[in-house]
Write a protein that binds this ligand. Structure first.
Ligand code: XLS
Ligand code: CA
Ligand code: CA
Length: 441
């Protein structure tokens, strides 16, 4: 195996079982092991995020570059892009992951003109295609960076200037082309700066109509070129804007319904965005899944004490278990996957930290998968929920759901039957059962 940028590992990361003391091994993730009807790799569909893992420099609000990677040493931006891509495929191969995700500007530097940026992107797509063929690594999704360039300061599709809208549309066209060319299985729209700072300069209706138009144009383009990947929208409530239009799953779903886009999009749910929105990760997954619209997941976590988008690697087995229950119940993520939109902390300066971070995230979700499968196989928790609602599958409850009951009928029925007797929700018992499952793996 080729070793240029990651000498800490001569070969791929191996499954060694939970008693292994080797920190560069998987304790739980064994890609070919069958769970239910699929292998672990097929269930989990892990993906590496190009921007954090290969472009990240550890920068924060108070300080610049904390890690200077060996693939970012050459002066020419295209040389750096090529070295970065070579490093990316070495890393992903060694990690044993099947997928990666990128923004257009991650893989190719922006040029001085639009055409030069397009040419750079096309050149890097050619290189990515060769490396994908050589390694078998696939593209989970592509996207366009519509937030970094200062022209997008006041939004891309929702910018008050049609000139900026046109630039964003042209950029998205090329990013879809790149994704299509590389066999990308999805294409993501994260709202970036699609939001507003102050109502004093904002026309809310106009901006949302612009956003809808933009997405319709993308759907039309997708169809015209025969791109079969799934379109995904990624909700986020704030950061960079104070108010974002796609603030959470429920808001995004009603936006899609209102603008006749529901059938063309699914959601990409990110854990850290869920908590920023004041929800749990599993709430956002459940809302998307209940609407038949859960398409993919950005598997990371925030820090509730910090309250910003810290994009940390997932380590919480409790949360991963609840997520995997939802994913298994909808029979998987289809063309989606679990993308580690996460970065090591600023003090984790070594390239080996990138392996530790991903290995931890992968084992966390694998444990979630194993526990979730057991919970579903046992059916205990499902049984509790169906019993809790059983009064609606029979008698008067059934008539209510069939639409055959009026308020007057309800009054008559209550006078006849008397007041309801409250029943316990048994939350603590259920939490204890869940903890018992967590301890079994
Ligand atoms: C930023 C988002 C972004 C999207 C892709 O907070 O998570 O990285 O996933 O543009
Ligand atoms: Ca994300
Ligand atoms: Ca994020």
């Amino acid at each position: 195996m080729k070793t240029k940028y990651f000498p800490e590992l001569k070969d791929t990361v191996k499954y060694e079982g939970k008693d292994s003391k080797n920190p560069l091994s998987f304790k739980y993730y064994n890609p070919s092991r069958i769970i239910g009807e699929k292998t672990m790799a097929e269930h989990l569909r892990f993906s590496v995020a190009y921007w954090h893992t290969f472009m990240g420099t550890g920068t924060d609000m108070f300080g610049g570059t904390a890690f200077s990677r060996p693939w970012t040493q050459r002066n020419d931006p295209m040389d750096r892009a090529k070295d970065t891509m070579e490093a990316a495929f070495e890393f992903i191969t060694k990690l044993g992951v099947q997928y990666y995700c990128f923004h257009d500007r991650d893989i190719a530097p922006e040029g001085t003109t639009f055409s030069e940026s397009t040419k750079n992107l096309q050149q890097m797509v050619t290189m990515a295609k060769e490396l994908q063929q050589a390694t078998g690594i696939k593209l989970l999704w592509g996207t366009a960076n519509l937030f970094g360039n200062s022209i997008y300061t006041q939004g891309a599709a929702t910018n008050p200037d049609a000139h900026v809208f046109a630039h964003a549309a042209a950029q998205v066209k090329n990013a879809i082309d790149a994704t299509h060319e590389l066999g990308g299985e999805n294409y993501v729209f994260w709202g970036g700066r699609e939001g507003y700072e102050t109502l004093l300069n904002t026309n809310l209706n106009q901006e949302q109509e612009q956003l809808a138009r933009f997405l319709h144009m993308a759907v039309d383009y997708k169809k015209s070129i025969g791109f079969k990947g799934q379109f995904l929208i990624e909700p986020k409530p704030c950061e960079p804007m104070k108010h974002q239009y796609d603030s959470d799953a429920a808001t995004t779903l009603s936006f899609l319904r209102a603008y006749d886009l529901f059938d063309d999009f699914k959601l990409n749910i990110e854990a850290n965005h869920a908590t920023l929105a004041g929800h749990t990760f599993e709430h956002e997954l459940a809302v998307a899944s209940a609407a038949g619209r859960l398409g993919s997941v950005d598997a990371n976590r925030g820090d509730l004490l910090l309250g910003w988008d810290t994009d940390q690697f997932p380590t919480d087995i409790y949360s991963a278990t609840l997520a995997m229950v939802i994913i298994l119940k909808q029979n998987g993520l289809g063309s989606g996957g679990l993308n580690f939109d996460a970065k090591p902390r600023r003090a984790s300066i070594d390239t080996v930290d990138l392996f530790h971070a991903h290995i931890g995230g992968m084992d966390t979700f694998t444990r979630g998968l194993l526990i979730a499968q057991k919970i579903i196989d046992d059916g205990l928790l499902d049984q509790f929920i169906s019993t809790r609602y059983e009064s609606f599958s029979d008698g008067f409850g059934k008539q209510i759901m069939a639409g055959g009951v009026t308020l007057e009928d309800a009054e008559k029925w209550i006078i006849d039957k008397g007041n309801p007797i409250p029943k316990s929700g048994r939350q603590e018992m259920l939490e204890n059962i869940l903890n018992d499952y967590l301890a079994m793996i």
